[in-house]
Design a protein around this ligand. Structure first.
Ligand SMILES: [Mg+2]
Length: 233
């Protein structure tokens, strides 16, 4: 079967995931906003990664109130608002550093439907619609919205259902975190590992022995235009 859609991971694939140092620096500032112990807050943010990725702590406001509460804090609305702004600002900054726009535009010109499948906390789902990336995609499936994460088939299916395509028609591209490549392959997708340097936030997948590229641009050599333009097209 030919391929008609490309599904992408987000962090480490289309944009940097941010270094641990960067993330901790923001957590220290957020702790200050919320009036809780900075070191304990950094630990708590990391320790709640899974719950936040699955959207179990609610909206960003609810998440920050809950985390502060666990450390004995009770921030007022203005404090939570400052903290929310800081978390959203960090996310927006990461997504602004995308290296993928030209490749995405070319894939769209070639006729491919594009979807995002991302394991991420609620901040990303909030910021995504405002980004230059979002307008290139037909749909985005976020773990924090759907309550499941890769490699759960339901998250990939959330994207393919909107596109109206079967998994066998999809190429999946990711830097290999979340066991995302075997998960995509198990559904029948063509899974491609983006194994590239400078990937500061994502997790490499050393167990993946399937197809791999080292730059996103290499996709353009693998995915031909879906139609030949007619004269005057
Ligand atoms: Mg990734």
């Amino acid at each position: 079967m030919g391929y008609s859609a490309v599904l992408f991971d987000l962090y480490g694939t289309l944009a940097p995931g941010g270094t641990r140092a960067t993330r901790d620096a923001v957590s220290l500032q957020v702790a200050d906003d919320l009036g809780v112990d900075p070191t304990a807050f950094c630990d708590l943010v990391r320790d709640t990664f899974l719950d936040r990725t699955l959207g179990r702590l609610g909206s960003l406001e609810e998440t920050l109130r809950t985390l502060a509460g666990r450390l004995g804090g009770s921030p007022d609305d203005a404090a939570v608002e400052r903290a929310v702004g800081r978390r959203l600002g960090m996310t927006a900054s990461l997504l602004e550093q995308t290296w993928a726009l030209e490749v995405l535009d070319e894939l769209r010109d070639r006729g491919y439907a594009l979807a995002l499948v991302s394991d991420c906390s609620v901040e990303t789902a909030v910021v995504w619609p405002t980004t230059a990336l979002a307008e290139r995609f037909q749909t985005a499936a976020f773990s924090s919205v759907h309550g499941v994460k890769k490699p759960d088939a339901r998250l990939y299916r959330a994207a393919t259902d909107v596109l109206g395509v079967e998994p066998e028609e999809c190429v999946y591209v990711g830097d290999g975190g979340s066991t995302e490549l075997p998960g995509a392959a198990a559904l029948g997708m063509r899974a491609i590992w983006l194994d590239h340097p400078g990937n500061d936030g994502g997790a490499a997948d050393p167990g993946w022995s399937g197809e791999a590229i080292h730059e996103l641009r290499e996709l353009l050599g693998l995915l031909r235009p879906l139609h030949v333009p007619a004269p005057g097209d």
